[in-house]
Design a protein around this ligand. Structure first.
Ligand code: PLP
Ligand code: COI
Length: 340
C-alpha cells in the first residue's frame, strides 16, 4: 500500500515523512542510533557545522521495481564518498555497513512513500553528517550527528528527458583548484547559489562551471556532472580534482563501454572544443540523465543535438541506467541492494 500522492508530478521538494534515522558520535564512537519521528535537530548554537561549514551530505535513491520490491543503487559508493569527504573535513567516518543499514531502515520505515513502479518517481535519501557541540575556535568538533531522511521525488530539472539549456559560467567558480570541490560539502553549494540564481533568472536550468585554475575546461554542472558524445561514438566526461566524483558518471562510463560499445573516456573537455559533441548531458542522482539542449558561452549559443529532442545515444544510456535502477535490466555485480 502506498499513500495517495500525484506520483507522476512530484518535482524535487522537501516532504516531511514519518521516520528518519539519527546517530550520535560522542567519546570517540557512534552510539544511540535508530529511527525517530522527530524531524528537527537539536544542537549547540556554537556547532562547527553552523559556523565553519564542518558538514557533509550525500544523495541516493530507492527504486520500486515492477514486482513491488524496493532497491537501492550502489549505496556502498555513497558511503565511501562520505568517508572521503569526512577525511577531508576531519570528521569521523560513518562505516559502510552503518550507512547502508541506515538507508535501508529509513526506506523500509517510509515504504508507503516509495513511488509506484512506472510513475518515474523515486524515494530520495539524504544522509547528512554534521559537527556539533560547544566549540568556538576554528577546530574540528568532538561530537557529530549522522542522520538520513527521505522524500519522494520526480524530475530535478524541469525537462526530465526533454533537453534544457545551461549557462557556461566564467565569472564564478564553485570550488578552488585544491579546495573541497571533490568533497560533498555544503560550502560548494553555498558558493553556487548566486551564479545558479543568475542562470535560472535568465532561463537556464543551471550553471556549467569551468576549471578554476585556467577557465579553459568544462568542470561540471552545479548539481551534476557533465558528459558529451562525439560523432565517433566516444562518451567523454571531464576529469579534475575539483569536481564531485559522481557515482552516476562512473556507472555511465562503465555502461557506455560494456553495454553500449562506446569508447568511454574521462579526460579534459576544452570549452573551445564543444563542437565535437553531437550530444551532451548532465548526470547525477537527482538529475539522472538530463540532456543538455544548448549552452550559452559568452555571446555564443551552441546547440548539441537539438533543443527539443533527446539524442539517440543519451536516450540509450538513460534506458540502460534507469532499467538497472528500477530492476528491469540485469545490473553489474554489486550495484543493487534490496531493501526487503
Ligand atoms: N556534481 C555535483 C556538484 C552534485 O551535487 C552531484 C550530486 O550528487 C553530482 C555531481 C552527481 O553525483 P552522483 O551521481 O553521485 O549523485
Ligand atoms: C544529488 O544528486 O543527490 C545531489 O546532491 C544534487 C543536488 C540535489 C544538490
Amino acid at each position: 500500500m502506498t499513500v495517495e500522492l500525484d506520483w507522476a508530478n512530484l518535482g524535487f521538494s522537501y516532504m516531511k515523512l514519518p521516520y528518519r534515522y539519527i546517530a550520535y558520535y560522542k567519546n570517540g564512537q557512534w552510539q544511540d542510533s535508530g529511527l525517530t519521528e522527530d524531524a528537527t535537530l537539536h544542537l549547540s548554537e556554537s556547532s562547527p557545522a553552523l559556523h565553519y561549514g564542518q558538514q557533509a551530505f550525500e544523495g541516493l535513491k530507492a527504486y520500486r521495481t515492477k514486482s513491488g520490491s524496493i532497491q537501492l543503487f550502489r549505496p556502498d559508493q555513497n558511503a565511501e564518498r562520505l568517508q572521503r569527504t569526512a577525511d577531508r573535513l576531519l570528521m569521523p567516518q560513518v562505516p559502510t555497513h552503518m550507512f547502508v543499514d541506515a538507508c535501508k531502515q529509513v526506506t523500509k520505515a517510509n515504504k508507503d512513500y516509495v513511488p509506484p513502479y512506472g510513475t518515474g518517481g523515486t524515494l530520495y535519501l539524504r544522509p547528512l553528517l554534521i559537527g556539533v557541540g560547544d566549540i568556538i575556535g576554528v577546530s574540528p568538533a568532538q561530537e557529530y550527528i549522522f542522520t538520513v531522511f527521505a522524500m519522494p521525488v520526480g524530475n530535478y530539472f524541469k525537462g526530465g528527458l526533454a533537453p534544457t539549456n545551461f549557462l557556461i559560467q566564467d565569472e564564478y567558480d564553485r570550488a578552488a583548484p585544491h579546495g573541497t570541490g571533490a568533497a560533498k560539502v555544503g560550502g560548494n553549494y553555498a558558493a553556487s547559489l548566486l551564479p545558479g540564481k543568475k542562470a535560472k533568472n535568465t532561463g537556464f536550468s543551471d550553471v556549467i562551471y569551468l576549471d578554476p585554475a585556467t577557465h579553459t575546461k568544462i568542470e561540471e554542472v552545479g548539481s551534476a556532472n557533465f558528459f558529451g558524445i562525439t560523432a565517433d561514438n566516444e562518451f567523454i566526461t571531464p576529469i579534475s580534482p575539483s569536481i564531485l566524483p559522481s557515482i552516476t558518471k562512473y556507472s555511465l562510463l562503465y555502461l557506455a563501454e560494456k553495454r553500449l560499445g562506446l569508447t568511454a573516456i574521462e579526460g579534459d573537455v576544452y570549452v573551445n572544443d564543444l563542437d565535437k559533441f553531437v550530444e551532451a548531458g548532465a548526470c547525477g542522482t537527482a538529475a539522472v540523465i538530463s540532456p543538455i539542449g544548448g549552452v550559452q558561452n559568452g555571446e555564443d549559443f551552441h546547440v548539441f543535438y537539438s533543443e527539443t529532442e533527446v539524442g539517440p545515444i543519451t536516450e540509450k544510456l538513460y534506458k540502460e541506467l534507469t532499467g538497472i535502477q528500477f530492476g528491469d535490466i540485469e545490473a553489474p555485480e554489486g550495484w543493487i541492494v534490496t531493501v526487503d
